[in-house]
Design a protein around this ligand. Structure first.
Ligand SMILES: Nc1ncnc2c1ncn2[C@@H]1O[C@H](COP(=O)(O)OP(=O)(O)OP(=O)(O)O)[C@@H](O)[C@H]1O
Ligand SMILES: [Mg+2]
Length: 253
């Protein structure tokens, strides 16, 4: 089977510290894959490698059947990404930014205009026409990043914490949009700490801890004996951490 994402022995070292340690992932086409792990586990670093933003120090990564580092441009044309630190061009308005992104993907102008207006309307941003992105709130910027990741109708979406900072209405709209997106055999690779959303959306889950992939498989198998939260805590939780407390909160005064 040709996977949407396949990595073998992927490693990334920073000054001798292994942020990603021998990760071998398999993500099937059409999967909604939730990539979980505690803070600092290596999720964003893995996503940066898989989207060609950073090279690995060892191992290989194939994305949509091609080597992301050898055939980077061909792969990048077919993927969309919402990175952790959004990286928008903040001196543009949302319309200007989406037009720029559409042109970067060489979409015809009428297609850009049609999709741009649909995206702005879906995300409730049409009335913010005059504001520059630097004047947008964090949640509004996140919506623009998501619109930019969708405008060229990619085959594979990488979303690093896309729900963080979004209100309940926006979160619902985006959940429904993503469900439709994978319903058409496109693939999503999502990192999130909101396990309730992962449980609701994802077909497959991988958990990374201290750079190592500790489990991977269909959600139903992983959460077979209870909730995803329980499975997560069982796999990565450290008992002394959950029982720790602050000394000055312990007194009864
Ligand atoms: N550019 C860098 N230079 C040095 N160390 C880095 C760099 N980027 C990440 N790291 C380290 O690699 C480890 C993994 O970081 P990463 O950002 O991938 O974690 P994460 O799983 O995305 O965490 P979070 O849930 O907090 O976003 C951390 O220990 C981090 O300090
Ligand atoms: Mg991260």
């Amino acid at each position: 089977m040709e996977y949407a994402i396949q990595t073998d022995g992927l490693c990334k070292e920073f000054d001798g510290f292994r942020a990603v340690d021998d990760v071998s992932l398999r993500v099937e086409r059409g999967a909604f894959y939730g990539f979980l792990g505690p803070n600092g586990a290596g999720k964003s670093t893995t996503i940066k490698i898989l989207t060609g933003l950073m090279g690995p120090t060892a191992g290989a990564a194939r994305v949509l059947g091609a080597d992301i580092h050898r055939d980077g441009l061909a792969v990048k044309q077919r993927i969309g990404i919402v990175p952790e630190d959004l990286c928008l061009f903040e001196n543009l308005t949302a319309r200007e930014y989406l037009t720029f992104i559409g042109r970067m993907y060489r979409l015809p102008r009428p297609v850009i205009e049609e999709r741009r207006e649909e995206l702005l309307s879906l995300l409730g941003l049409e009335s913010e026409a005059k504001k520059l992105l630097l004047e947008f709130s964090h949640g509004m910027q996140k919506k623009v990043a998501l619109a930019a990741a969708l405008i060229h109708d990619p085959d594979l979406l990488f979303l690093d914490e896309p729900f963080e900072g979004l209100d309940a209405l926006a979160s619902r709209t985006i959940r429904l949009t993503l469900e439709r997106f994978v319903g058409r055999e496109s693939t999503i690779f999502l990192s999130s700490h909101i396990l309730a959303i992962v449980e609701r959306l994802c077909s497959h889950v991988g958990i990374i801890h201290r750079g190592k992939l500790v489990t991977e498989g269909p959600l139903a198998e992983l959460a077979a004996e209870g909730s995803l939260e329980q499975a997560f805590i069982d796999l990565v939780g450290e008992p002394e951490q959950t029982s720790r407390s602050l000394s000055w909160l312990e007194g009864n005064g």
